[in-house]
Each structure stands twice: as C-alpha cells, then as structure tokens.
Ligand binder design. Structure first.
Ligand SMILES: Cc1cc2nc3c(=O)[nH]c(=O)nc-3n(C[C@H](O)[C@H](O)[C@H](O)COP(=O)(O)OP(=O)(O)OC[C@H]3O[C@@H](n4cnc5c(N)ncnc54)[C@H](O)[C@@H]3O)c2cc1C
Length: 447
C-alpha cells in the first residue's frame, strides 16, 4: 500500500469554530490517528469572559485572544484554516466555506464537530443594533471602548457643563453577567482612572444606567447574590432599573417605560441567538434556534455529526444546559474523546454529563459574586478565586503572565492597560468634510 492509499484511509475530522468548544475538541484529538481541519472565520481563539475588560480599557485585545494556529502549533495532526462556513451537506459529508479570496471551497469529513457559538439577538428589533452595539468579539470590544473614551473626550472639549450629563450617560441594556460586569467596570473607570486626568469633567455628572425586564440583576444566580451585586452596583453609582423594557433606541438615547434617557452610548448586553448551524443541518432546533442533540452530542440519524457549546441544546436533569464556557469546553472534550474511541476502536465514554463548577460575575474591582454548588460567596476572596480560575483558562502562558501583571498594576495604581481611541469616527468625518469642501466649492463656482 503506497503513501497516498494510506492517507485516504486516515479519517478526516472537520471542526468548525475555534472557540471554547471547538478548541477543546481539537485538543482531545491530539493523539488520534486522523487528519483534523479546524475552520474559523477569525484567526484567533477569544476568551469571551474577559471581553468587557477590553471594552473598558483594562486589558488589550492581544491579552485575551491567541492565534488558533499558535495554540495548536505542537499538534501535528491538525490544520487551521481561516474561513467562514456557509453550508454543510450531510449526505455528501462535505462542509462549504469561503476563504479570504475564494467562495464555496469544499472540505470533506468523516466526522464533523460544529462549535459555532452565538450571535446577538435584538428580540425582533434589528434596528436597535445601529445605536446599541453588542459585545461578542474583539471588534465589538474595541468599538465600545472607542465609544466610551470618546464620550469623555467630547465632554472635556465641551465648555458648557450642563451638556456633560447627556454626553456622559451610559446605558446598558441587559442585567445578566455581561451587563453587570460592564456597568460596574464603567463605574470604576470613572471613579478611579479618569477623575485625575480630566479637568472639566465632574465625575458626578457621569450617569451609568443598567436596565432589564427581569425583577433582579444576575437572574440565574441565587437571590442573595443578586442582592449583593445590586448593592455593590449602587455603591459604584450605577442606577439599576429593573422590571422595565426598552421601548426605543435611537441616536439620541433610549426610551424606557415611556421616559426618554438621553445618551450617546447605549450598549446591548441582553439576548443571544445561535449560529445558523441548525439551518445548515436542517435538523430540529429548540425555541432559541439551538440544535437539539442526543445524549452523546450527535445529531439524530447522523452519529458522525456533533454539535457542542452554545450552538447545542441538551437537557440535563430536566433543565437545559446553560450557554457558558464550561458547557462548551466539557462538550468539546467529550466529542473529541468519543471520536477518538471510534477511530481507534477503544471503548467509548458513556453519555455526556455536564459537571457544573459554578457561576461567577465581577461587580467592580476586587468584588465577585460566586456560586458553586451550595456555596455562595461575595467579595474580595471570591474575586481572588475568580482571578485564578480565569488566568488558568487563558490559552497561552504568555497571556496568563501578561494579564496577571496587568491586573496587579491596575489594582495597585488604578491605571489601565489600553485607553487608546482608534478609528475615531468624528475626526474621519471632519477630515472628509475639509477634504471635500474645496471640491464642493469648486463645483459650486463652476455651476
Ligand atoms: C461578553 C461575554 C461574556 C461572557 N462571560 C462568561 C463568563 O463569565 N463565564 C462563562 O462561563 N461564560 C461566559 N460567556 C459565555 C461563553 O463565552 C460561551 O458560552 C462560550 O464561548 C461558548 O463556546 P462555543 O465554543 O460554543 O462558542 P464560541 O466560544 O463563541 O466560539 C465560536 C467560534 O466559532 C466561530 N464561528 C462562528 N461562526 C462561524 C462560521 N460560520 N464559520 C467559521 N467559524 C465560525 C467564531 O469565530 C468563534 O471562534 C460570555 C460570553 C460573552 C459574549
């Protein structure tokens, strides 16, 4: 048998998505005699739980994201492709994707793992997106950072202090972990980092509003932790509006329960919608659009197709598994182990079972609410535990060292990692205006 025949016999495993689920699956297949192709539309694995720290200038993008090919550099059976998957043909067993310069490229598979995560959902109001960006990827985080820092610059340049209130009103829609973390981080940014550097901005003119339809913040946490988080938010100057929906979002701000709040910075931290994996596969999805998988994370009638992480829907003990990193990591790892067993003929693992290690949310610097089993903690000790856990899960050792040093520096000095405004829109508009002006004048004269 020649080399080409041997190559043909080696199973082909395609993993779509290099997030928590996809990367865990790839790593679990490290010793599998197979050709693994991991396709992602970004070139990096992103640590989403720390995105809010990029959006609020604590960390830089490079501290929370690592090139996927660097993470898998020692895994010789894996190839990483930068491409956006557009379709899956279950019968022909091929994945279609677009690369930077080609459309409809085809990749055949024997086993497929879909781990494509979620997108923002504006609950039937796609028009809100233009005025209220969400936080899902690095580009979103940098765009939000630009918006927040630009608001402070705009206020400093504004001589009339009466106008500062509207410029410096930040509204966060959604009081889940991301909304709470963002709101409290903006509170800390105002009180600790910016107050010494701005001469015309009075910190008391800054208003941070956190709004949600739910009756309490962090609705998935035990009630006592929700209350602790709310108290802490209020201590940081965040105004919490609960049980109230957002009727309107436009360029002038938001309308909440009929009342307008003027704001130039509205941030969407509410709903998520799954990736189109369910449509690609044309299989049953739950009400949220996530693919219903069997207990071994495969799709009914297709034992070779696995769906893991936020894109998958599975009930455990009569409750749906939450869309959190641990579900994705454990699901990806499980899919990898099961495929390894099938390829090598080893005995397969039993049905997938998620081990819930608990939930955490940061509420400002040095304060975390933590629930693990029956244990409920809030405060500094919980924050230390949060910091250790998050450092451990960063993809590269260099990121762990860099983030640790940055946190220590920020904690001791209040100074942040990156307060740069990039792609400043008002200036580019102004530049366009001045560069176009002579041409317009010329046209005017000629007309
Ligand atoms: C702001 C924020 C904060 C969070 N905080 C926490 C937290 O504190 N704790 C916690 O447990 N969880 C948290 N989560 C949730 C957690 O990050 C997700 O549950 C987890 O990332 C899901 O992993 P995944 O592999 O399913 O998807 P993801 O990690 O989202 O990865 C999906 C990957 O698929 C790629 N992809 C998508 N579509 C395509 C396509 N068509 N073609 C190619 N590639 C594609 C994406 O580029 C991405 O790399 C947070 C999420 C966000 C957004």
């Amino acid at each position: 048998m020649n080399n080409t025949d041997l190559q043909k016999q080696i199973p082909r495993i395609v993993i779509v998505g290099g997030g928590f689920g996809g990367l865990a699956a790839a790593k679990a297949l490290k010793h599998t005699p197979a050709r693994i192709t991991l396709i992602d539309r970004t070139n990096h694995h992103l640590f989403q739980p720390l995105l809010y720290q990029v959006a609020t200038s604590v960390l830089t993008p490079g501290q929370i994201a690592a090139p996927i090919r660097e993470v898998l550099r020692n895994q010789q059976n894996s190839t990483v492709i930068l491409g956006e998957v557009t379709a899956v043909d279950k019968e022909q067993r091929i994945v279609r994707f677009d690369t930077i310069d080609r459309a409809g490229v085809v990749e055949p598979y024997d086993y497929l793992v879909l781990a494509t995560g979620v997108r923002h959902s504006y609950f039937g109001h796609p028009e809100f997106e233009k005025f209220a960006p969400g936080l899902k990827n690095l580009a979103d985080a940098v765009a939000i950072r630009n918006k927040i820092l630009s608001a402070f610059e705009q206020a400093e340049a504004e001589e009339d202090p009466k106008k500062h209130r509207d410029i410096l009103t930040f509204v966060l829609v959604g009081a889940g972990p991301t909304g709470v973390e963002m709101a409290s981080a903006i509170g800390v940014l105002v009180r600790k980092t910016l107050r010494s550097e701005f001469r015309r901005v009075d910190p008391s003119s800054v208003r941070v509003v956190l709004v949600d339809m739910a009756p309490r913040v962090l609705g998935t946490f035990p009630q006592e932790l929700s209350f602790a988080a709310r108290r802490r938010l209020e201590d940081l100057g965040v105004q919490v509006l609960l049980g109230q929906g957002v009727d309107q979002i436009d360029e002038d701000g938001v309308v909440i329960a009929g009342e307008r709040i003027a704001s130039k910075t509205v941030i969407w931290t509410a709903g998520v919608a799954p990736s189109p994996a369910g449509k690609w596969l044309n299989v049953e999805t739950d009400r949220a659009g996530r693919v219903k998988v069997r207990a071994d994370l495969t799709v009914p009638c297709h034992p070779e197709i696995f769906v893991v992480g936020d894109t998958a829907s599975l009930d455990q003990d009569a409750k749906p598994l939450p869309g959190v990193a641990q579900v994705a990591i454990q699901g990806g790892r499980y899919a990898g182990k099961l495929i390894h067993a099938r390829v090598t003929g080893a005995s397969p693992p039993g049905p997938f079972r998620y081990f819930d290690k608990g939930n955490m949310a940061v509420v400002g610097q040095g304060f975390v609410v933590l629930q693990s089993g029956k244990l409920c903690l809030s405060g500094f000790f919980a924050w230390l535990m949060w910091a250790v856990v998050h450092l451990c899960f960063l993809a590269l050792f260099s990121m762990q060292v860099s983030v640790f040093l940055q946190w220590v520096w920020t904690y001791l000095t209040g100074r942040r990692g990156s307060r740069l405004i990039v792609n400043h829109e008002p200036f580019s508009r102004a530049e366009q205006h001045t560069s176009q002006q002579p041409a317009k004048e010329l046209l005017g004269k000629n007309a």
